[in-house]
Design a protein around this ligand. Structure first.
Ligand SMILES: [Zn+2]
Length: 229
């Protein structure tokens, strides 16, 4: 049984991905904290920028709420609420307006029924259950020598990987919308677009890393499965 534990030799194939994920995490933290100290020259807070963008898109009825935590900012498509963390909501830094505009990008994607977002929201519940259940099924399958269970586990995990993959275009698109909206609505001057972009690119890197980790985990499960035959 030890051969199938978490630290069996196949764990090695995950290592580069895990190191990359750690790098991406430290990159977003340092980039965000750097530009959190740089005030945007218009002095807009994240809340103000979000309100302007949403209103311009006819989303005056979409509420913006304050949420606890650091980098917890998100758009909730089920409740149609934009939630911004304190540093973004009340901050008037380049990081604050960049993140606020990015979350508005998701709200606009939702409004326009942007296809990758629709697909992502549809598979989200299956992916969430799948990622939790898959390892239990795979480990149980390996333990009892029941290949059928392993296959179902891998199938569930594939849904989680698919979710990560479809998240990438959703995130990159929200960031490019954010940059375009910040520029088009004159929310930040041209020379401040670059720094805002840097924050969003660093955030996107964490999604890329999470996807690579998920793909490598799937590969690892397939290797474990292959050993059964
Ligand atoms: Zn996003």
């Amino acid at each position: 049984m030890f051969g199938y534990g978490l630290f069996d030799p196949t764990f090695i194939i995950l290592l580069p991905a895990i190191i990359f994920a750690a790098y991406a995490q430290s990159k977003i933290n340092s980039t965000f904290n750097t530009y959190l100290r740089v005030r945007n020259s218009n002095g807009y807070t994240g809340y103000q920028v979000a309100r302007i963008i949403l209103d311009k898109h006819g989303l005056q009825d979409l509420p913006i709420e304050l949420i606890n935590g650091n980098l917890t900012d998100h758009y909730d498509p089920r409740k149609r609420i934009l939630r911004l963390s304190n540093a973004v909501y009340n901050g008037n830094s380049l990081a604050s307006v960049g993140v606020a505009a990015h979350e508005c990008g998701h709200a606009v994607q939702h409004q326009e029924a942007y296809i990758p977002l629709t697909v992502r929201n549809t598979i989200a519940p299956i992916a969430s259950i799948g990622s939790q259940l898959s390892w239990i099924l795979v480990l149980a399958g390996l333990f009892f020598g029941f290949t059928g269970l392993i296959d179902i586990g891998i199938l569930f995990f594939s849904a989680a990987v698919l979710f990560q993959l479809i998240t990438l275009p959703v995130e990159y698109n929200a960031s490019s919308r954010a940059i375009a909206m910040l520029t088009d609505y004159n929310l930040v001057p041209a020379d401040e677009v670059g720094p805002a972009k840097k924050v969003l690119s660093a955030a996107a890197l964490t999604y890329l890393a999470a996807t690579i980790v998920a793909v490598m985990q799937l590969l690892r499960l397939l290797i474990l499965r292959g050993r059964r035959d």
